[in-house]
Ligand binder design. Sequence first.
Ligand code: NAP
Length: 293
Amino acid sequence: MMRTAAVIGHPVSHSLSPDLFSFLAGLQAQKEFTYEAIDVPSAKLKEFIQQQRQMPERVGFNVTIPHKERLFDLLDNVSKEARTVGAVNVIEIKNSRWSGHNTDILGLQDSLLQSDADLDAQNVLILGAGGAARAAAFAVAVEGAKRVVICNRNQARAEVIVQDFKNIFSGTEFISADYSFDFAAENAKLVIQATPLGMSGIKTDDSDLRIFESLLNGVKSQQAFAFDLIYRPEETVFLKMAKRKGFKTITGLSMLIGQALATWEIWFSPITSRPEVFSSLTLFLRKKLAADL
Ligand code: NAP
């Protein structure tokens, strides 16, 4: 039976998901599968979901900006993780039942695992307090982080994450911070950059570089990791700076691939030969991103 999936967003033409999932379907020998990008403006979201409920071949959707936070009331069920993070990035359709998931968390965990970044009882610094930062704070807490400092130019938004998470993860202390925080005392194992600063088309100025520098000064001298969630470009200003300082680096591309593999596993079945699939997708997407430049 033909199975179909799609990414929905507005705009959605820039999405790598159609190429990524078509390539993955080939690797998984899933011949009867098609994947498309569908532009759905916010005002049409409810009507779109109602129409799609009549399509039996749909296995699910990926969800991107601006719908991730707006789907809750339109689904039959939302996972505890997606509810806590406040965002649904994957819809699973089984037996006409629509369930919302957050595979960004799983993508982040997968990236940490692939990089051997063991966070048990370690401190973590996160820059940003949007949806990606919330998923990152959740993922590092699941991985056993002892203390997580969330720094945002608007500290009040970071404090919302602290209040939302503090009773869920009893073994992790969450702290909100602004740019004046003394990161040097943190002795962290990992710094996560979860803002669009350095993304293709978004310039960084001296004050952005100063906050990167200040965060990177808040780590243990040895064996520290820097993780930028941006994947366009793969090597960002933040990661270049971290490399010069001797950090091990993790890129947003590994998170993107990790969340895609987790999505596939929700829709279909466990990925066979995971490391090989991960490497093939990395090479495929690197070429694709280079061609886009
Ligand atoms: P979002 O919800 O819009 O949040 C953006 C965050 O960045 C906010 O904390 C915002 O601060 C901060 N920010 C924006 N512009 C800034 C600037 N000029 N200076 C300082 N801070 C700034 O976005 P998001 O969904 O969390 O995404 C954040 C990044 O993660 C994006 O670059 C996205 O590409 C990446 N991402 C990657 C993946 C992946 O699979 N690799 C998945 C999801 C997201 P305020 O609160 O003060 O506005």
